[in-house]
Design a protein around this ligand. Structure first.
Ligand SMILES: C[S@@+](CC[C@H](N)C(=O)[O-])C[C@H]1O[C@@H](n2cnc3c(N)ncnc32)[C@H](O)[C@@H]1O
Length: 327
């Protein structure tokens, strides 16, 4: 890894650490509660860490440019969580996606313009998590305690955007598996905006494996796939025993987005030991001013090794102050 790359990581970690500290400052009781989650699975820590780091980077770049070009910018998070993530194995609590969206934009430019989002539209099905979230988000946050696919959510988004002169959104779609229906995504993509859709490769692969398994018990029905893909195109991928791969499902999904957005850049995020992965699909229009930034984060995240992730963790939680000993 070159010095330039190491400096890049160091800067990103510093930003993420700063965001988490700020987040805990304005809501200490939630940070305290989150610290009590006990889990030593370092693997989960790794993939959340890379996810949030990518998100913070994207939001910073996005808000810097989008604020100049649009009258209003909306942050939409359909699987918002409670605002915090416990980085398992690290004993660190870190800001969750909606809190990152609140803090990551630069507050003031040289011209004195604030780069904050106009409004946060957040959806979290779990009532306890939604309640915690409501305590830490500002007044311009609208929180739905609903299924992300409930049509009341899309109706609200459509109405709010229709009332603006030149609106744009950034949406983060971060389910556990296939909870986002294609019909919801399609409606969202009919409005102007950028998305990061997490295609949960390993969890999807497990459900797909069960669907094709000979074992009849607990077999998932095909509806879950039909709703996720919006049709039966996924059935064209043969089962793994006949050579099919979950990456083929990813390809179908990415291709289905093309009529809505020309630029679709999947970033592969791995857990440690390569036993878990997902793809953050960055979805934007063809001429995207922040494309170089997306490709930079893609290269960095995809090439990071297990050993390096552990070094990055050490820097994050202060066990190692610098990257100098990497050379
Ligand atoms: C992976 S977590 C999200 C983490 C969050 N984006 C972050 O980075 O901090 C997924 C969240 O979606 C919620 N959830 C699961 N199914 C849902 C659904 N159908 N609609 C809305 N929320 C759902 C879960 O309760 C959980 O908090």
């Amino acid at each position: 890894m070159s010095k330039k790359e190491l400096d890049w990581w160091k800067k990103r970690i510093g930003i993420l650490k700063g965001l988490s500290e700020q987040a805990q400052e304005f809501c200490p009781e939630i940070a305290e509660a989150a610290k009590n989650y006990q889990n030593n699975d370092e693997n989960v820590g790794a993939w959340s860490f890379l996810k949030l780091l990518t998100l913070a980077y994207y939001i910073n770049v996005y808000t810097t440019i989008a604020q100049k070009n649009f009258s209003d910018i909306f942050y939409i998070d359909l699987f918002a969580g409670d605002g915090f993530n416990n980085l398992r194995g690290l004993n660190e609590v870190i800001a969750g996606s909606p809190v990152i969206a609140r803090i990551a934009p630069q507050k003031e430019t040289k011209e004195g313009i604030s780069k904050d989002f106009t409004e946060f539209i957040l959806v979290e099905q779990d009532a306890k998590k939604a309640e915690r979230l409501s305590k830490i988000m500002p007044e311009n946050a609208t929180i739905f305690t609903k299924d992300a696919n409930d049509s009341a959510v899309m109706e609200y988004i459509e109405k709010r955007m229709a009332a603006c002169r030149k609106p744009h959104y950034f949406a983060f779609i971060d389910p556990y598996c296939m909870q986002i229906k294609w019909s919801t995504l399609e409606r969202l993509m009919n409005l102007p905006g950028d998305l990061i859709i997490n295609f949960m490769t390993t969890p999807i692969s497990r459900v797909w494996g069960s669907f094709h398994s000979e074992v009849k018990e607990d077999k998932p029905g095909r509806e879950i796939f039909d709703e996720f893909f919006g049709d039966d195109s996924w059935l064209h991928v043969p089962p793994a025993r006949d050579g099919g791969k979950v990456e083929d499902l990813l390809e179908i999904y990415v291709n289905k987005i093309e009529p809505y957005r020309k630029k679709r850049i999947p970033i592969k995020v791995r857990g440690l030991s390569g036993n878990f992965c997902y793809h953050m699909i960055v979805v934007t229009k063809e001429y995207c001013p922040w494309e170089d930034a997306i490709n930079r984060v893609k290269t960095r995240v995809e090439s990071v090794t297990d050993a390096r992730i552990k070094n990055l963790f050490d820097i994050f939680n202060g066990r190692q102050g610098t990257l100098d000993d990497f050379y």
